[in-house]
Design a binder for this molecule. Structure first.
Ligand code: TRP
Length: 453
């Protein structure tokens, strides 16, 4: 915890490297696959507004808090929380934040890899011309045939997990940093091109209307919880990922500024994805609430009919896979760094062990779409259940704990030192949000969902 302490895994080579890597972990399936489908399921506009409020008022302050913990501790999330609770003379049980986070990371990775596997399969389908001139019904059929086949899903899930582990095993500077440098700009360019396509469709205004006009009567307590969970998920908060990445952050970089940039880019990508997908949904009279298959049932129609659609289709799914890869490596990093630092095993072995567990749990998601589709404890498939518990319960709880620790338990001079904010007014604003607003908001949403409010 001295100023000179460095992580044993190395450091980001520059501010832009950190921003790229952190944006790489934030921008992923959560933005392009999940945001549109849950927005569709919850009626659009009002859900989007709640989501944006959650990002601004809860997400950004907690992202700043989580990064500063990581940089001050400079170790894996468990050790970091141990060290910092000792420094703040607090209960060592704060380290459970790190434990719960590692568990959430592996659980999320388990299904993340399956869905990223779908995207990988779609690279192949786009390449072989499966979308060419196909109508909406044919595209839907293609998707349901695909997810109906456990063997195919397992094949792509395995391939994606193997790719993730390969990158993670190579370490922070060689593996993580290089893989995002080219991808983020590429993703951005492609999204802009697709937005331009969406503007030419007949359902454009209806899509925009759906996304941005708010009818608050459709908003239920559960929808608010899901919007909040999505803010945590999309920013990658509440499970020690940001903490693990913060541990590799050089001391002279402004945490507040970088957090705001990352959150802004992440939100922009999600909105762009929505602006692309909903016009297609309405142009072809599809159901916006059709669930996790939404992007796989809509985008291929566009690729199959637009000029240059073959190329755009191939590129889009390739970039989606890479965006998912740069998030998957972040999901596993807390566990891998814990295994390396505390169990003394090599990075390679650690990746294999952590990834093996996530791969195995991932089979539950694979079968949720076919063999076990009818098995619904609490009315949800196993995939929906894992997603619900992690995104809507574990991440917000982790975030709540982080906000309470940084806002109430840590010495203010220490957080001020890490943030090094020149303007004391900004520091005060952040502290107020972290101390009062963010914890209260998370708490109120929980109370609302369990029916107390
Ligand atoms: N944010 C990523 C996405 O939107 C997924 C992700 C990466 C994540 N790291 C995380 C989610 C940590 C929760 C916690 O796809």
């Amino acid at each position: 915890m001295t100023d000179t302490k460095k992580s044993i895994h190395g450091e980001w080579s520059s501010r832009s490297a950190f921003i790229l890597a952190a944006t790489g972990s934030a921008v992923g399936l959560g933005n392009i696959w999940k945001f549109p489908y849950i927005t569709g399921e919850h009626g659009g506009g009002a859900f989007v507004i709640v989501y944006l409020l959650c990002v601004a008022l809860i997400g950004i302050p907690i992202m700043i808090a989580e990064t500063l913990l990581g940089r001050r501790g400079r170790e894996n999330p468990v050790n970091t929380m141990q060290l910092l609770s000792a420094e703040a003379e607090q209960d060592p049980r704060w380290q459970y934040v790190g434990w719960v986070g590692m568990a959430a990371g592996l659980l999320i990775l388990s299904y993340y890899s399956v869905i990223a596997g779908w995207a990988s399969a779609y690279v192949f389908k786009a390449f072989t011309g499966s979308f060419f001139n196909a109508d909406a019904a044919a595209i839907k059929q293609l998707f349901s045939d695909f997810i109906g086949s456990p063997l195919q899903l397992i094949f792509w899930h395995t391939l994606f997990m193997a790719a993730t582990l390969f990158i993670v095993a190579r370490g922070v500077d060689k593996g993580l940093e290089k893989s995002v440098r080219i991808l983020m700009p590429g993703l951005f360019i492609l999204l802009i091109l697709l937005v331009m396509y969406a503007m030419t469709t007949s359902g454009y205004f209806q899509g925009i209307h759906f996304l941005f006009s708010f009818d608050f009567s459709k908003l239920t307590g559960n929808a608010i919880l899901i919007a909040m969970g999505q803010a945590f998920f999309s920013l990658g908060l509440g499970m020690g990922c940001v903490m693990a990445y913060g541990a590799y952050l050089p001391n002279d970089i402004s945490i507040a500024k970088t957090s705001i940039i990352i959150a802004a880019v992440d939100t922009l990508v999600a909105l762009l994805a929505g602006i692309i997908i909903f016009p297609i949904v309405f142009t072809y009279q599809l159901n916006p609430g059709s669930g996790p298959g939404l992007i796989f049932e809509t985008l291929p129609i566009a690729f199959g009919t637009m000029t240059g659609g073959w190329l755009f289709g191939v590129l889009f799914f390739i970039i989606l896979v890479f965006a998912a890869l740069s998030s998957a490596i972040a999901l596993i990093e807390p566990t891998v760094s814990w295994l390396v630092e505390n169990r003394g095993i090599s990075r390679q072995r650690a990746s294999l062990q952590a990834g093996g567990i996530a791969w195995l749990i991932g089979l539950a998601t694979v079968f949720s779409f076919n063999a076990w589709a009818a098995f619904k404890p609490f009315g949800l498939t196993l995939f929906d259940l894992i997603d619900y518990v992690t995104a809507n319960l574990m991440l917000p709880l982790g975030g709540l704990a982080i906000a309470i620790f940084v806002g109430w338990k840590m010495k203010q001079q220490h957080s001020a030192q890490e943030l090094n904010i020149v303007d004391p007014e900004y520091f005060k604003l952040w502290l107020m949000l972290t101390k009062y607003l963010a914890p209260a908001a998370v708490f109120l949403v929980f109370l609302h969902v369990v029916g107390v409010l």
